[in-house]
Design a protein around this ligand. Structure first.
Ligand SMILES: [Zn+2]
Length: 362
């Protein structure tokens, strides 16, 4: 394919990143977009934020070399398997190793459509994280593919490949919309205009359902407590958390937070459970012993705080807590929230620990 055409594809992809990189669609480094021709695919690298992408910051993948991934018999042991997958993806990449291809790369490559835009929109997750999600999708989006919850990584790729293959055998074409339970949505189309049209239609349809059920699209948040209360809370939390690296905090008035884990991204940025109550050295120690991590969200009477090792991480923890609360509110339109199972969230917790360990190795 001529270079000019490739440049045009990358510019179109960058425009999609701008449009779908807003808080309504993803928070933090969540979501992913890609564009492909027969030879190569460009995809957002792991950890990058959609909104920050430029035409030269995508990872370029040799699609032929990536094929190895689908032919191998994967080792059963999770760590060995994911390491092998990462290695195969790295060897298929034409980009510098700083642009590490995302774990979702093979999933994007498996779809025939030229553009793939995968996001975690709050309004859509009000449906994918609801008890009646699968039935509602059948009614509202009869042509879409619904996928019950799947662990992220290689498993997600292989199961989506199989489900898309079955769908294609039945319908004569691949699905354009794929809903992932407790995760988000994938839209796959040949032009950015078609992607936008499907996203707009989807959001409009789901919004109508919230209106019919008389559910507000906004979360009600109590006003910030008085300045002296905030200052005292901040001082106290600093004493407890600053010495283990969590020196940054952001505060919000109280809202009806979610009691359980909603999607993998919520766990990645805000951890599975918040700390509830007055934080003291003893109560926080006990939380850490019980859960195995320092809490990222503190729910303390009239205050909700996000904690982080950097200002961005503290902000994201609070934003994720807010997002989870809104998803739980929206899910009331579809039978109420369905939290991730303990098996599913433990998998993410282990995965986090694992990637942290492997990051330390570098
Ligand atoms: Zn995702």
């Amino acid at each position: 394919m001529p270079i000019d055409d490739n440049m045009q594809l990358l510019q179109q992809l960058t425009s999609l990143c701008r449009r779908y990189g807003t808080d309504a669609y993803v928070l933090g480094g969540g979501g992913n977009v890609s564009v492909k021709n027969n030879v190569v695919m460009w995809i957002k690298p792991s950890g990058a934020f959609l909104k920050d992408m430029t035409p030269d910051s995508f990872a370029q993948i040799d699609r032929r070399r990536l094929q190895k991934l689908y032919q191998m018999t994967p080792p059963n042991d999770w760590t060995t398997r994911e390491a092998l997958v990462r290695e195969t993806m790295a060897s298929a990449s034409n980009s510098p190793s700083s642009l590490r291809p995302s774990v979702e790369t093979p999933l994007h490559d498996s779809l025939n459509a030229r553009f793939v835009v995968h996001t975690h929109p709050t309004l859509v997750n009000g449906m994918t994280c609801a008890k009646d999600g699968a039935e509602v999708v059948k009614r509202l989006f009869p042509d879409a593919l619904w996928l019950d919850y799947i662990d992220p990584g290689y498993t997600l790729c292989i199961e989506v490949r199989q489900a898309v293959g079955e769908y294609a055998r039945r319908h004569g074409h691949e699905p354009s919309i794929m809903f992932l339970q407790n995760h988000g949505v994938i839209i796959a189309e040949d032009t950015p205009e078609e992607v936008d049209r499907l996203y707009d239609d989807m959001i409009a349809k789901i919004k109508t359902e919230y209106q019919k059920a008389d559910i507000s699209l906004d979360l009600s948040v109590n006003p910030m407590p008085a300045a002296n209360r905030l200052a005292e809370a901040k001082e106290k939390m600093k004493q407890i958390f600053a010495n283990n690296g969590f020196a940054h905090m952001v505060f919000s008035g109280r809202f009806a937070y979610a009691r359980g884990p909603i999607t993998p991204d919520h766990i990645v940025y805000a951890k599975t459970f918040p700390f509830v109550g007055e934080p003291t050295a003893e109560s926080v120690d006990e939380f850490i012993r019980k859960h195995g991590y320092t809490p990222r969200v503190i729910i303390w009477d009239d205050i909700i705080a996000g904690l982080g090792t950097t200002p961005t991480r503290a902000q994201l923890a609070l934003a994720m807590c807010h997002d989870g609360a809104l998803i739980e509110q929206l899910a009331q339109a579809f039978g109420g929230i369905s939290y991730m199972s303990s098996r599913a969230y433990k998998f993410i917790e282990d995965w986090e620990a694992e990637s942290y360990r492997s990051a330390l190795l570098k």
